[in-house]
Design a protein around this ligand. Structure first.
Ligand SMILES: *[C@@H]1O[C@H](CO)[C@@H](O)[C@H](O)[C@H]1NC(C)=O
Ligand SMILES: *[C@@H]1O[C@H](CO)[C@@H](O)[C@H](O)[C@H]1NC(C)=O
Ligand SMILES: *[C@@H]1O[C@H](CO)[C@@H](O)[C@H](O)[C@H]1NC(C)=O
Ligand SMILES: *[C@@H]1O[C@H](CO)[C@@H](O)[C@H](O)[C@H]1NC(C)=O
Ligand SMILES: *[C@@H]1O[C@H](CO)[C@@H](O)[C@H](O)[C@H]1NC(C)=O
Ligand SMILES: *[C@@H]1O[C@H](CO)[C@@H](O)[C@H](O)[C@H]1NC(C)=O
Length: 439
């Protein structure tokens, strides 16, 4: 079973730093006040209950907020008006199509995902879930040893369909899939990208995901197909096929950073060079994203449908038949709200979630969903590893009022046995807890 290692480094900004509970499918959040298990394996409220919140690791199946349904859309990048930083989003996907951490920017109509020296890069996550559909991205990967670019679909219960570019190899893109986070190192496959390298040349990468199969399509040609029928497990009588509502996530992250597990570094082609030519000339490593489009397919015909706003898990088996389409709202009232009480703090906290004292809304551990804030990637050289010990090593820093732990690896207990168990895309961002507030 996968364990999601997330270092927790709370700045001792206030005298009472709050230590977030860790969570996983085998150890759910136990405090109803902080019921949501974030994508990074920590219990909290607010952003922790939104994109990536794992219902199987949370206090209860309904702790996470309902997931906004698929929206067919084509994204271009004149500006970042449709994106908000991770700690500002409250679940209204109509207001912001994307949440991000790190330092993205736009240039010539493209999205540039940057990774300045010693940072943990950029994550761009779409707020509309996709429950079968086709995603397309025109992408130029980053380059250099240790630098990984990712374009993936990831569900809250860790079904996953990936493209990943390792900067040391600009002739291939790696593909992979997972079902409920179960590691199987036979699932990866390389696609050789013809006609120019992945850094200098535009290519179009697509994932065509239906209830029956996944196609990985590069420049219009199907290069790999996964059939659901071929994922059947005779023992468990289950299809180990990605089958739950997923978000599109694009990221750039330093897999080859020294604090990562050796297996991760090796997979990434070696230690990252923080004085790479791109860092010297531009100030950062980067990946370039052009037009991205999402096409939504119909949900399975036997789906339980009571509305058209959101997807909800109805059963902890978390298979296709355990997802309903409902009319439930997806928006939280505040950073202290959760799926259990979505209106909590609705009219008190929007402006000052981080400053209100004597307030019954749990704001600590409510801000960032275990992800970095918009300023988080600035620098990581003042390491102050408070409370960050993981077997795979990690790093944490404190800066300007935010505490951030950096973890772009995961520890799955198997990293030493195989280098192919890496799912860095899940960990493409650091953790940054806005540890400012006390109750
Ligand atoms: C969805 O909405 C129904 C009706 O308002 C409510 O009873 C239920 O608790 C909601 N479920 C979740 C998970 O929010
Ligand atoms: C979400 O945002 C849209 C666009 O700004 C707005 O019209 C709508 O009322 C918001 N919904 C909720 C529930 O806040
Ligand atoms: C994919 O290519 C990398 C080199 O870039 C290699 O290390 C890896 O073993 C290949 N994976 C597969 C499944 O062939
Ligand atoms: C099939 O299911 C069994 C029982 O859940 C599990 O132990 C086994 O690892 C699964 N096989 C694969 C290839 O995942
Ligand atoms: C907050 O909302 C409650 C009901 O939802 C209302 O009674 C109260 O007056 C509101 N407070 C403010 C300051 O708007
Ligand atoms: C984020 O960085 C900008 C400048 O880069 C600065 O003006 C702003 O105050 C910072 N915000 C926080 C919360 O540190």
């Amino acid at each position: 079973m996968v364990r999601f290692v997330t270092p927790l480094a709370l700045a001792a900004l206030s005298a009472t730093a709050f230590a977030a509970q860790k969570c996983s499918t085998s150890s759910q959040c136990t405090d109803e006040t902080y019921p949501c298990c974030s994508q990074y394996g920590e219990c909290g409220t607010g952003a922790y209950c939104l994109g990536g919140c794992d219902p199987l690791s949370s206090y209860s199946l309904d702790s996470c907020a309902p997931m906004p349904v698929c929206e067919e859309k084509t994204y271009t990048w004149e500006n970042l008006d449709n994106a908000v930083s991770q700690d500002k989003y409250l679940g209204n996907a109509s207001k912001a199509d994307w949440t991000y951490s790190g330092k993205p920017k736009t240039e010539d109509g493209n999205l540039i995902m940057t990774m300045p020296k010693n940072s943990v890069g950029t994550l761009f996550a779409n707020n509309h879930y996709i429950w079968y559909g086709k995603i397309s991205g025109k992408i130029k990967s980053s380059r250099g040893k240790g630098v990984v670019t990712a374009f993936i679909l990831l569900s809250d219960v860790k079904d996953e369909i990936d493209y990943e570019w390792v900067g040391a190899d600009l002739t291939n893109v790696q593909t992979n899939y997972y079902w409920q986070g179960v590691l199987d190192w036979h699932n990866s496959g390389n696609i050789s990208v013809d006609g120019g390298d992945t850094f200098n040349d535009w290519h179009t990468y697509e994932i065509d995901w239906t209830p029956e199969k996944v196609d990985w399509i590069v420049d219009g040609s199907v290069q790999r197909t996964l059939k659901k029928a071929d994922t059947y497990n005779e023992t468990s009588k289950q299809y180990q096929f990605p089958q739950t509502p997923s978000r599109l996530q694009m990221s750039l992250w330093p897999a080859g950073q020294a604090s990562n597990a050796q297996g991760t570094i090796d997979w990434a082609g070696g230690a990252i060079d923080w004085n790479s030519e791109d860092i010297q000339s531009k100030g950062y490593d980067y990946a370039t994203v052009g037009e991205v489009s999402v096409k939504c397919y119909d949900a399975p015909s036997d789906v339980k449908k009571t509305g058209d706003k959101s997807y909800l898990y109805t059963n902890s088996a978390a298979m296709e038949s355990d997802v309903a389409i409902t009319g439930n709202d997806t928006v939280l009232g505040s950073l202290g709200a959760t799926g259990l009480d979505m209106d909590l703090g609705a009219n008190t906290s929007s402006t000052s979630a981080t400053t209100s004292a004597a307030n019954s809304i749990p704001t600590t551990n409510g801000g960032s969903g275990g992800m970095s804030n918009s300023n988080s990637s600035s620098s990581a050289d003042s390491s102050s590893s408070t409370g960050t010990t993981t077997s795979s090593g990690s790093e944490s820093t404190t800066s300007s009022g935010f505490s951030q732990g950096t973890d772009v690896t995961k520890d799955n207990g198997a990293a030493s046995q195989t280098e192919h168990v890496l799912r860095g895309s899940l960990f493409a961002v650091l953790v940054a807890i806005v540890g400012l507030v006390t109750l």
